[in-house]
Design a protein around this ligand. Structure first.
Ligand SMILES: [Cu+2]
Length: 68
């Protein structure tokens, strides 16, 4: 299991947090996702054989936020 922290710009409130968590959680292979608004971070834990960090970043981007 891999645990990574992704820096993301544009997250400002609980709706942003919920949108990203819902989108990333829907990806097969993602075990845990937690948005830390104050730190502008998305913490994600995933099975690297099922999903890549790149795919998670793309999903965050597609949801309307900017991966730094
Ligand atoms: Cu928001």
């Amino acid at each position: 299991m891999e645990r990574r922290v992704i820096q993301v710009e544009g997250m400002s409130c609980g709706h942003c947090k919920a949108a990203i968590e819902k989108a990333v959680r829907s990806m097969p292979g993602v075990v845990m996702v937690e948005v830390e608004l104050a730190r502008k971070e998305v913490v994600v834990e995933f099975d690297a054989e099922q999903v890549t960090l790149e795919a998670v970043k793309e999903m965050i981007d597609d949801t309307g936020f900017t991966v730094v």
